[in-house]
Design a protein around this ligand. Structure first.
Ligand code: SAM
Length: 397
């Protein structure tokens, strides 16, 4: 699948990464064809100049203005760069489907429709040349285009593309596939054909990808009618996590010292704000209380403030330092380094890791693509030999 050589050669498919500081990243596929030029707003390049360069090279334009990177294709990059002929699957859904269909090296998989081939490339990498992908597409031009891309990308030996309407004519296979993936407007019409194409000597799995709940319900009915079990629907949604590494103190004693110092600094900050008249949004009672407290009380002189800001151990803590308690807002999870349980050599107190990762989940959840309906097809139960006791319920019940 694609070139595994270190250097770029004529005829290779590459992914051009047109990165800019000011715009979002752009990815574009390119077949290296000596004699041709590549022109973009990031400069002018000759394909022949790329030949012999290692994949991943950064190349400056001929005019000296602008640069590009030339990347080796992967299914993930191909999904982001491919020419769209249809809506496509993206990696969040693709990875869930591949894993829940138990697709692995050597698997025999059916896919319909092929569309732009986004899912096909990830499956092809997973199954490798010892597996097989049967891909079906009833739109002739799309089928032809996908077929030539599969050949260009070196996967056509184990990816067979058939131009066929699978809802009407099925898959021309019997007891052959370990798993089936249907990305069709009416997957329920293809479910009985899929059952015929699936192996019966082992447990097999199917997944149907549909954007609407009405389609899901029709698919679930068809799966039930065809004898599938374990029918489960998933939706992949993207939730961003803001992850950062924050330093922590090394011993329990140091942590305790620092908490005390932080309390002192907060108090100083509070008094400063009162002096500057900044605390205007406090509850009325609080304000009055503070007024009483500060009446007749002198504000700390600048030197005293500086001392209070000193952590007592020579380390200086600024009043606007983010303390750990600031991270407890929202959904915070912490993953401790492996060193969390270790003890510093010679120290009698336990040692905390030097840094921990803190992640804060963003509330916005993006990206309904489709619902993923999975189901299992179990091998038929072997028939009990004649005269053997029945395993079912006694007829009297
Ligand atoms: N999964 C693909 C990908 O990741 O690039 C996208 C598939 S696209 C959304 C759906 C494709 O199914 C279309 O190209 C359409 O022509 C094809 N299709 C629809 N009904 C079909 C049928 N009955 N038999 C075969 N292909 C069909």
């Amino acid at each position: 699948m694609w070139s595994t050589a270190r250097e770029i050669a004529a005829g290779d498919t590459v992914i051009i990464w047109l990165a800019s500081l000011f715009t979002r990243d752009l990815l574009q596929p390119l077949v290296i064809s000596p004699g041709k030029d590549f022109n973009s707003k990031y400069g002018n390049y000759r394909h022949s100049d790329f030949i012999g360069l290692p994949f991943g090279s950064k190349v400056g334009s001929r005019t000296g203005k602008g640069f590009i990177h030339i990347l080796r294709p992967t299914p993930e990059l191909w999904t982001l760069a491919l020419p769209h002929r249809t809506q496509i699957l993206y990696i969040a859904d693709i990875s869930l489907i591949i894993s829940y269909l138990d697709i692995r090296r050597g698997s025999r998989v059916i896919e319909a429709g092929t569309g732009s081939g986004s899912f096909s490339h990830s499956v092809a990498r997973t199954i490798g040349p010892t597996g097989h992908l049967w891909s079906y597409e009833f739109h002739e031009v799309r089928a032809e285009k996908a077929r030539s891309e599969f050949a260009q990308h070196g996967i056509s030996e184990f990816v067979t593309l058939t131009h066929q309407n699978v809802c009407k004519d099925g898959f021309n296979l019997t007891d052959a596939a370990d798993s089936v993936f249907l990305d069709l407007p009416a997957p329920w019409d293809a479910v009985p054909h899929a059952k015929q194409a699936m192996r019966k000597d082992r447990t097999t799995r199917i997944c149907c990808f549909s954007p609407c709940m009405e389609q899901v319900l029709r698919t679930v009915n068809a799966l039930n009618d065809a004898g599938f079990s374990d029918i489960t629907m998933y939706e992949t949604l993207v939730r961003s996590h803001d992850v950062s590494q924050v330093p922590v103190l090394q011993t329990v004693a140091e942590v305790s010292d620092r908490l005390k110092s932080a309390e002192a600094v907060r108090e100083v900050k509070r008094l400063r704000q009162i002096a500057a008249g900044q605390r205007t949004h406090e509850p009325h009672g609080e304000k009055r209380k503070r007024g009483e407290e500060t009446r007749g009380q002198e504000l700390p002189p600048p030197l005293a403030l500086a001392e209070a800001e000193d952590c007592g151990n020579g380390k200086r803590l600024r009043a606007d330092d983010e303390m750990m308690d600031d991270t407890t807002e929202g959904d915070v999870s912490r993953s401790l380094d492996e060193s969390a349980t270790t003890t510093r050599a010679g120290a009698s107190t336990p040692v905390l890791p030097a840094k921990i990762s803190v992640s804060k989940a963003m509330f916005e959840v993006r990206g309904h693509t489709s619902y993923l309906t999975f189901a299992t097809l179990l091998p038929p139960m072997p028939l009990a030999p004649e005269g053997a006791p029945s395993q079912g319920l006694p007829p009297s019940l």
